[in-house]
Write a protein that binds this ligand. Structure first.
Ligand SMILES: [Zn+2]
Length: 175
């Protein structure tokens, strides 16, 4: 299934059929989501002017798309050719996106799978939905967010004694 490429911002955020195919060719790839969202929302939207220094988010492959998650819970398709992020939903941005050193290698790593099973996370990404080793769901203390590390606890073993045959309730003796 290697002939199905992983979606990037350039291939996903394309002008509507009413526009010329190359209408957004001069728009930087990270800003095309703003054009696309503007068209969807049918109102003018302006990307943030500044840059949030020190803020970084991770890119991941989700269902065969390079995706970055916003702090507001929204997400968008991103691209390693222009690794910046600004959210047309809440206005967060611009922030730098951390891609792997070799995005093509990450794409190749999942390329044998069907598109909906192509998921990949950066080694340092602590995303809430990243599959880890199977562990029981720990009891969460109030106020603890998903960013907290998951403590590793051994699975509690509850012995389930088999009901001995014939040991029914009292008074049920057979005659
Ligand atoms: Zn947002």
């Amino acid at each position: 299934m290697k002939e199905i490429p992983t979606q990037r911002a350039e291939s996903f955020y394309r002008p509507s059929p009413a526009l010329p195919a190359g209408a957004w060719d001069r728009v930087p790839p990270a800003e095309r989501v703003w054009r696309w969202y503007e068209n969807t929302a049918q109102r003018r939207l302006t990307p943030p002017a500044g840059v949030l220094l020190g803020e970084r988010i991770y890119a991941r492959i989700n269902h065969n798309r390079w995706v970055a998650d916003c702090v507001c819970g929204s997400a968008q398709i991103v691209t390693p050719t222009d690794p910046r992020f600004a959210c047309p939903e809440c206005g967060y941005g611009w922030v730098q996106i951390t891609f792997p050193a070799n995005p093509e290698a990450a794409e190749a790593e999942v390329s044998a799978r069907a598109p909906h099973e192509r998921n990949w996370w950066h080694a340092d990404d602590k995303a809430w939905d990243r599959p880890g080793p199977p562990a029981p769901e720990p009891e969460k203390e109030p106020g603890r967010g998903p960013a907290d590390p998951t403590p590793e606890e051994p699975a509690p073993e509850e012995p389930k004694p088999e009901e001995p045959a014939g040991a029914g309730p009292k008074g049920s003796l057979s005659r």
